[in-house]
Design a protein around this ligand. Structure first.
Ligand code: GLP
Length: 244
């Protein structure tokens, strides 16, 4: 595991975008695993800048997103498909048909999950998986519990996850109760994982995830077992580690 702690959001964003840019420069047909939430927004902004400066082209790249809410209407402002289009896909030259986000409106969600895993298998190994982390240690929408699931699956969101995401919705009642998420095995199969965490409110979970016991009670703790994990933290998220 390699941990970088940054003094400014801009340095963190440039470092994150730099890793993705360097990968695509050396492997133009890279398979990217992408994340949503507040955390990666600045990294996508820097990637768009790199694209506009002709430092990178996504023309041959493919992407698979970690997760999507179940039941938000197509085009809903808070769907993760809308988020990805808005923050990245609409501004770069990636082929839209090579961008994949689980379909949270599928008639048969189980079938959708199987198809998503099959598409990922066809694409080959994910070269680089971007990850954020929830306050309870979730990655994607793999929530803490007695068991974790290997492949893409439907999940009921924990109350704390719905509360954390309520800031994006008019009221908590409008936050979906379920989501589709890549499973832990799908995530762990990536060749490289970049975990990005910002803010003092995540310092404790960062410490638990990276140095606590490996347990299903903290899904992110499984990342300790990944052979190529790079962690990008701002000063605040890394404050617990620096004090050690
Ligand atoms: C969300 C997403 C995760 C994300 C996490 C943290 O619910 N499903 O993929 O990493 O929670 O979100 P944020 O970056 O907004 O703190």
């Amino acid at each position: 595991m390699i941990i970088h702690v940054f003094n400014s959001q801009q340095e963190l964003n440039q470092a994150g975008a730099g890793i993705i840019t360097a990968l695509i420069q050396t492997k133009p047909d890279a398979v990217l695993g992408l994340a949503t939430g507040g955390t990666p927004v600045g990294i996508y902004e820097e990637l768009v800048k790199n694209y506009n400066a002709a430092r990178v082209s996504f023309r041959h790249a493919k992407s698979f997103n970690l997760d999507e809410y179940v039941g938000l209407p197509d085009g809903h402002s808070e769907s993760y498909r809308t988020y990805m289009n808005h923050h990245l896909f609409d501004h770069v030259d990636i082929q839209m048909e090579e961008t994949h986000v689980p379909n949270g409106n599928a008639d048969d969600v189980d079938e959708e999950c199987e198809e998503y895993d099959a598409m990922m298998a066809d694409a080959g190994q994910v070269d680089l998986q971007i990850l954020g982390i929830g306050h309870n240690g979730h990655i994607g929408f793999n929530e803490p519990g007695r068991e974790l699931t290997a492949g893409t699956h439907r999940v009921e969101l924990k109350a704390e996850t719905r509360e954390a995401n309520a800031r994006y919705f008019p009221s908590i009642d409008e936050v979906p109760t379920h989501a589709i998420t890549m499973g832990i095995a799908s995530i762990m199969k990536a060749k490289q994982i970049i975990l990005i965490v910002r803010g003092a409110d995540k310092a404790e979970i960062v410490e638990r995830a990276l140095f606590g016991p490996i347990t299903t009670d903290c899904p992110a703790s499984l990342l300790q077992a990944h052979p190529n994990l790079v962690v990008l933290l701002d000063n605040e998220a890394g404050s617990g580690l620096i004090e050690q």
